[in-house]
Design a protein. Sequence first.
Length: 418
Amino acid sequence: MVKTKLGMEQIIAGALLLNFDSISSVDIKLLSEDFLRKNPDYSLDAENPGYINNYIKTEDGKRSLKDGLHMSSYIPENKSNLQKRLGQIAGARIRKYLETFDMEEFMLRKIEFYSRIRVDDIDNILCKKQQEELKKLDDKRYITSYWEEECIHDDSKVIALSEYGKLRLFKINNSNEIDRFIEVLKTLRYDIDLLDDFLLKQDLDMPVLSILNIENLESFCHTYDRASLVSGASMVCFERLESSKESIFDENGKQVIQDMLSVWDDGHSIYVCHPNHIFDGSKPITKDVRNIKHINWDDIDIEKMFKVNDYKIFVSSDCTEAFKYIHSRFGHEIMQEVKKGNKASAVSYLTIVEKYRFDYEDYYLVRGIIKADYNGYSIAFNPEYKKVIPKSVWDKSLRFSGNEVPQVYCLKRKKQGN
């Protein structure tokens, strides 16, 4: 790809428009790198037409406006003031870049470039505009100061990036990776408010992908006794269902399927839908997260399910039809992935949602999640529902006649997202 060339004097003009009263070679280097990082379709050309030289001087390796010039000075070349003339030299793309210029980021990079700056050298290294920003960094605890001993009789106070400053720069440098990691955390129901504390305990000089992983986060939470999940979320415990020689399930598996899919109470019904269509907040299944690990069983949005309209309703105590539907749907989805060569990652989920009536209104309880892969089925029960599964014919009779209503069906549950 042919890149658009930009002259170095355009960068210098941009620095003057940022009110840098003196511009060092480091300033030009950092501004150039920042511009190219945010404008990859451009390149910088060291050759300059020289227009900027009419307005600047160079002393001690630094560029600044010539004596007597200021932004409101009249400039004959454009019959306007210096600020407008510098804008013309900078060009439209640099002017656009300056609109969103991040002075905080620039200063963090400049301090990082020097590693540490002696307090006695601040006036020489930082222009007045940058010194004003330095105070803001100090207020945010992005910098730290300490005494550096160089020899027995010579101590020098220096400033450097604090751990918070290094973290801020790390997040700027790796914004795409961090945004993606945050989405994974949300999907898995981890508490994203842990992120900064977690990163402060990591070696930020390591490759970003070796830092941003769930194993590291869980290790951090274990080491520092921090709750890792958002309020209300819990681990989803799947039980693998075994098969027999004669059937897709052994006796235990058949009982588990019946417990999940049978309707026990008169007037109740179950809905079978994809987890993404019922749970509120971030989707439990995404292109980056293929396995459900944690969920808040009560955090549902039934209107989402109705809006997507990809569900099936069952009302019978005989779970045969419900399982036929589930088996057919899973079979189609799993085989599609297998045909693509994705046998190992061919995993699919369905959620079982029960509708019940309480105080003349319909409410909904998630019974659990069914997982299917190439090797068979696994099931995870919502612990609340599992506690009220009838254990005998007598229990089932009491339930269906309405003579016994478990407490779990006497609650006005949240039905949709806030």
